[in-house]
Write a protein that binds this ligand. Structure first.
Ligand SMILES: Nc1ncnc2c1ncn2[C@@H]1O[C@H](COP(=O)(O)OP(=O)(O)O)[C@@H](O)[C@H]1O
Ligand SMILES: [Mg+2]
Length: 269
């Protein structure tokens, strides 16, 4: 069975793309078949995974507009010799135009869901959707297609307000197009233990979200910021860095939640 996880937060610069790339790489290293869908016209996940303009002719734009097939748009990234898939649906600035055109088409908010549901169930274990920093039609497509939402956030002033807005959006989507949508977890990113505000916000998050808050915390780590400019995940760029250890820890926690969820009912959000 394929599980679809939207990595979402309408705020920019909170670590969505960094989390998508590195969680995907860690899940693949732990023997899972993974697909990353870049749904941000900025194409940061695409570039950060080392996929340039010359590597694809059609992308998420054409796929969402039904101008190409999934097989034409998907790019394979798996390390040579690995039998575990790591695929990318790339995106670039064309996606901005796609969003506008898509608005005029019927079934526009379920387009991504329809595409992903058409894939063979054993092809991917996890599909990670790297969402744009907005609550737009692309984000709506992601939240409609997703089983779960993973929310990366920085523990700073105003973070809780942004989180409340996102949780509201998730509720609206549950009440309309996707009743099964759940919050997978809240991930603290760019965490600085020396900062008092981080500790305060952390405490509030733990009170509000309980076990939905990941125990894994991603520290501020310059190696994580450097890796995308080499088109690499942190696991190949610097496997011993604190960033790599954090994302491997996150993948471990992510997979353990699934093992225990198999024996106990999933918590309501
Ligand atoms: N844990 C981290 N430590 C240091 N820099 C980080 C970390 N996570 C992300 N960054 C950097 O912060 C910026 C924003 O992160 P990004 O993942 O692109 O956020 P988003 O996708 O939410 O806009 C990028 O330059 C990225 O390299
Ligand atoms: Mg991003």
């Amino acid at each position: 069975m394929t599980e679809i996880i939207a990595i979402a937060n309408q705020k920019g610069g909170v670590g969505k793309t960094t989390t998508t790339i590195n969680l995907a790489a860690a899940l693949q290293q732990m023997r899972n078949h993974v697909l990353v869908c870049d749904l941000d016209p900025q194409g940061n996940a695409t570039v950060g995974l080392g996929v340039g303009a010359a590597d694809f002719t059609v992308s998420a734009c054409e796929l969402l507009l039904q101008e190409c097939e999934f097989e034409q748009a998907v790019v394979g990234l798996a390390a040579e010799g690995s039998k575990y898939r790591f695929d990318l649906l790339p995106a670039n600035n064309d996606l901005t135009a796609a969003e506008i055109q898509l608005t005029r088409q019927s079934g526009c908010e379920t387009r991504l869901r329809d595409i992903l549901q058409g894939l063979p169930k054993n092809r991917y274990d996890y599909v990670l959707l790297d969402c744009p920093p907005a609550l737009n039609l692309l984000n709506l497509n992601a939240l409609t297609a997703a089983d779960k939402v993973l929310i990366p956030m920085q523990c700073e002033y105003f973070a809780m307000e942004g989180l409340a807005a996102l949780v509201n959006t998730v509720r609206q989507i549950q009440d309309s197009v996707n009743p099964g949508l759940k919050i997978e977890g809240i991930l603290r990113t760019m965490y600085d233990v020396r900062n008092n505000l981080s500790l305060q916000v952390s405490r509030q998050l733990a009170e509000h979200f309980g076990s939905q808050l990941y125990r894994t915390v991603v520290p501020r780590n310059v190696r994580l910021a450097e890796a995308p400019s080499f088109g690499e995940s942190i696991l190949t760029y610097d496997a011993d860095s604190r960033g790599a250890i954090a994302y491997l820890g996150l993948a471990g926690e992510f997979l353990r939640r699934r093992q225990s969820a198999a024996s106990t009912p999933a918590p309501a959000i």
